[in-house]
Design a binder for this molecule. Structure first.
Ligand SMILES: [Zn+2]
Ligand SMILES: [Zn+2]
Length: 264
C-alpha cells in the first residue's frame, strides 16, 4: 500500500458511515449518552448535535476532534449542544497544534446568539487561529460547506430542525428531536439512512417527541432503506420499540446504543 494521507487509507470513499456516539437523551444511562452522531462522507466528518461528553465519545469511536469540519445543531437543548464549547476550548488547548481551517456550525434559529453567549462566558474557548462560521438555517435547501442540505421544522420546539443531506454516496436524514410526522415523512423520503429519534414506546403520552409506532409509520411512508433509531429514553424497552416499529415498517431497523455504526 502506498503511504498517502490518513483520510485516503482509512476510509472508503464510496460509503456513508454513521457512528452514533450518543444514542440517548438528557437522562444519564450506561450506553445511552447525550445526542451526538458522526457521519463520514468521503474525506470529511460531519457531526449532528454535540451533547455533554460528545467529544470524549467521538474519541472512543476513533474520530479526531481536530478533523471536524462541519457541525449541524438541531436545536438548543443541553443534551444536543453543551459540548460545542468543549470542542472550541479543546481546539485552543491542544499542545503544539493550532487550527487554521474554518469550522462551520450550522443549525437552528438562535444558534448565533447561543454561541456568542457561550464564548462570552468561556473566554478561553474563543478561536485565535481559525474562523468559526455560524449559520442559522431557514427551512428549505442550502449549500453548506459544499454539502447539499435540506431542512424542515420538526415540531419539538419552535426552532427545532431536521436535516437531509444528499451526497454522491447516498441520502442521509437526521430527525433531531421531533413531533411532526408529516414533515418527517416528507424530508425522509427514500433516504438510504434515516436516523430518527424515538424517545418513547407506543402509547406514551407526548406532544413533543416521537413514539415507536410513529417512527414505524414514518419509515414506511417515507420508503427509507435503513432506519436507525436514536434518542431513546433509558426507561424504554428496546425490544418493544423494535416490535412497535415492525408492525408498520418491514425494512432494516437498527436500535442504536452508544457506539453503533451503520453504513451504506
Ligand atoms: Zn433531546
Ligand atoms: Zn430536545
Amino acid at each position: 500500500m502506498t503511504e498517502t494521507s490518513h483520510a485516503s487509507v482509512s476510509r472508503n470513499d464510496h460509503t456513508l458511515k454513521l457512528t452514533v456516539a450518543g444514542a440517548g437523551t438528557i437522562l444519564p444511562a450506561r450506553g445511552l449518552s447525550t445526542s451526538c452522531h458522526a457521519l463520514e462522507i468521503a474525506d470529511r466528518t460531519v457531526v449532528f448535535d454535540m451533547g455533554p461528553g460528545a467529544l470524549a465519545r467521538l474519541a472512543l469511536a476513533g474520530l479526531d476532534y481536530r478533523d471536524l469540519q462541519t457541525i449541524f445543531i438541531s436545536h438548543l437543548h443541553p443534551d444536543h449542544t453543551l459540548d460545542l464549547v468543549t470542542l472550541l476550548q479543546a481546539l485552543e488547548a491542544t499542545p503544539g497544534w493550532s487550527r487554521t481551517q474554518t469550522l462551520t456550525i450550522a443549525g437552528c434559529r438562535g444558534l448565533k446568539a447561543f454561541i456568542t453567549e457561550l464564548l462570552a462566558i468561556f473566554r478561553d474557548a474563543v478561536p485565535q487561529t481559525y474562523a468559526v462560521e455560524v449559520i442559522e438555517l431557514e427551512v428549505g435547501r442550502h449549500e453548506i460547506a459544499g454539502l447539499t442540505v435540506e431542512t424542515c421544522l420538526t415540531g419539538h420546539t419552535s426552532n427545532s430542525l431536521a436535516f437531509r443531506l444528499e451526497t454522491e454516496n447516498g441520502v442521509f436524514v437526521y430527525s433531531g428531536d421531533a413531533a411532526d410526522m408529516d414533515a418527517m415523512i416528507k424530508i425522509a423520503r427514500q433516504a438510504d439512512m434515516f436516523l430518527c429519534e424515538c424517545s418513547f414506546e407506543k402509547g406514551y403520552p407526548t406532544t413533543d417527541h416521537f413514539t415507536s409506532d410513529a417512527v414505524g409509520r414514518i419509515a414506511a411512508a417515507a420508503g427509507v432503506r435503513h432506519l436507525i433509531v436514536t434518542h431513546t429514553y433509558p426507561t424504554t424497552d428496546h425490544d418493544r420499540i423494535r416490535a412497535d416499529i415492525g408492525a408498520h415498517y418491514a425494512g432494516l431497523v437498527t436500535i442504536a446504543v452508544d457506539g453503533t455504526v451503520a453504513q451504506c
